[in-house]
Design a protein around this ligand. Structure first.
Ligand code: AMP
Length: 548
């Protein structure tokens, strides 16, 4: 029997019309820095601007069909307008990651066939450097007061430069959004891939909808009463889906624009009163140091979501105990829209047991199926002990890469996405990652989790950050090298840190190689860049001491 239900397509335009009418009084706040008042726009105004942008793109720039419109922007109101307008008109939004290397930015723009780029004034110098290599780009739209001439000259006669405010002025504030196929591409992201070229993932209208519904569920946390401080960039992994989810449920958004340092973030919290926030661990680490040494009113913040790389338990405790803020650990990937799991403790457990659940990467929601696979492709039990690579599948998980380069075939296994993350799944569905497949340290045939060592080290009061990599060892194959960043004014030596690790990790896992560095190198999106650290080690740039 077929169901009797209507088959109404799940389209981004529906999120736009719903959010801008039913939640028309919700607001997006954009930080402007330098003590200036933040800019405020209601969702009703965002909806009107989205219609105007769509008219401008269609009538003035000639964007039709599924042409690609890229953004080169911080988190701000105009970026939100583009997020909604571009897919709603049937075009495809490509959120260019401004932190990729210039050659990679040019590569992804070319690969995606971007025709238009919308750029924030403060990012013009960066775009001007790569624009000559972006051969498919015909139009640049400049938002704000920026160096128009730099764009004109970088465009070399091929690129027309427009100004956002002029382009939108006088355009109708309604648009007859087309009926689209919900399975068509709405938005594009490229993985920040530490090896090879970035790979493209195309989200559908349908996948964005389903993902948004999850983000608006109680466990994932956005609702009509939330005020979400969206620190995680909209140019990486769709800002964790918050922009679309906010339009679905009416959550207010507080956008930091380019002000991502601890001091302005603290000011945003104190003055804009967010109830939730989302960012990678490094942001929370920096903010913690600031909050510990300044008087800041954080009383509105009920919880913050941390993901993108493993959240050290010490960071969660510090926020809970010193600032009364609940840090909730989440895991995801660009390939997964990006949300995979969220770590809330199950009902009815003691506080102490609850913490052990909260340290994990969390539980997978119903639409995300996961399994642990061993080295020969065998599926292992969900017993919380069997360690292998995590594979996932579900309606908001990519089943291929754009253009499907042959080398990407190894990323899929019988219709599942191989995440490259190594860990366990427990019988009650909690995922614990012990490493990236390529970061696991193989010592004497056994695996050492670099993340576990890092977390244990970062629990030491003198340690600000610790990053552990495997280095070649004649006898064991590989042994861990701990690179440690000490807190300002703190001291600790390898002997003390080794002693601290005894009892926290197995004796044979305690690193004998140590180096003290000023800062852990980070990738374009703020993750520990182990590749760079390995290269520095291989080139003899690290001063390593060995103590057994
Ligand atoms: P990206 O696609 O750039 O967001 O990177 C996704 C990868 O980040 C995942 O495959 C994990 O390796 C890592 N990651 C994300 N969240 C976490 C987390 N909570 N704990 C550990 N690793 C994480």
């Amino acid at each position: 029997m077929r169901s009797t239900m209507m088959d109404v397509p799940l389209l981004v335009s529906r999120l736009l019309t719903h959010g801008s009418t039913v939640h028309g009084r919700s607001e997006v706040v954009t930080w402007t820095g330098d003590g200036a008042a933040p800019r405020r726009m209601s969702y009703q105004q965002v909806g009107a601007a989205a219609a105007q942008l769509a008219h401008a793109l269609r009538d003035d720039l000639g964007v039709t069909g599924d042409q690609r419109v890229a953004t080169f922007m911080w988190n701000n109101a105009e970026h939100l307008v583009a997020y909604l307008a571009v897919p709603s008109m049937g075009a495809v939004l490509h959120t260019l990651n401004i932190r990729l290397f210039p050659e990679q930015i040019a590569y992804v723009a070319e690969h995606a066939g971007d025709r238009v780029v919308i750029v924030d004034a403060t990012l013009v110098p960066l775009l001007a450097r790569v624009l000559p290599q972006m051969s498919t780009v015909e139009h640049v739209v400049l938002v704000g007061d920026g160096d128009r001439e730099a764009l004109v000259s970088a465009g070399g006669g091929r690129v027309a430069v427009h100004e956002w405010s002029q382009l939108l002025r006088g355009k109708p504030d309604r648009y007859d959004w087309p009926e689209l196929d919900e399975r068509d591409a709405a938005a594009l992201c490229y993985t920040s891939g530490t090896t090879g070229n970035p790979r493209g993932v195309a989200y559908s209208h349908r996948s964005i909808w389903l993902h948004s519904m999850q983000v608006c569920s109680v466990d994932f946390g956005l609702s009509s009463t939330s005020r979400d401080l969206l620190i995680v960039p909209m140019f990486h992994a769709m800002g964790w889906g918050a922009p679309y989810a906010a339009f679905m449920c009416g959550a207010a958004l507080i956008m930091p624009d380019r002000f991502l340092q601890a001091a302005p973030i603290a000011e945003m919290i104190a003055t804009q009163r967010p109830t939730t926030a989302a960012a990678v661990p490094t942001i929370w680490t920096d903010l913690l140091a600031y909050l510990d040494s300044h008087e800041v009113d954080t009383s509105s913040l009920e919880e913050v979501v941390v993901g993108g790389s493993a959240c050290p338990p010490a960071l969660m405790h510090a926020y809970a105990e010193r600032h009364g803020i609940n840090v909730i650990h989440a895991w995801g990937m660009t390939e997964m829209s990006p949300l995979g799991s969220i770590a809330r403790a199950p009902a009815g457990v003691s506080e102490e047991e609850g913490w052990s659940y909260r340290y994990t990467q969390g539980r997978l929601p119903a639409p995300v199926e996961g399994r642990i696979v061993g080295p020969s492709g065998e599926v292992m039990p969900n017993d919380g002990k069997s360690v292998g690579e995590l594979e996932v599948r579900g309606p908001w998980i990519t089943g291929s890469y754009l253009g499907d380069p042959a080398e990407a075939a190894e990323k899929f296994h019988d219709g599942w996405l191989r995440t490259g993350d190594v860990g366990t799944l427990s019988a009650d569905g909690y995922l614990t990652l012990t490493d990236r497949a390529k970061d696991v340290i193989k010592s004497g045939g056994e695996w050492i989790s670099s993340v576990e060592l890092e977390n244990a080290l970062m629990a030491h009061p003198a340690v600000l950050e610790a990053c552990v990599i495997g280095v070649p060892d004649e006898r064991w194959g590989e042994r861990p090298l701990a690179s440690v960043v000490l807190r300002e004014g703190a001291t600790a030596d390898p002997a003390e840190l080794r002693e601290f690790l005894e009892g926290r990790v197995a004796h044979w896992q305690v690193p004998e190689h140590w180096t003290f560095i000023e800062a852990v190198p980070k990738t374009s999106v703020g993750k520990f860049d182990k590749k760079q650290l390995r290269a520095a080690y291989a080139e003899g740039q690290l001063r390593v001491s060995t103590t057994r």
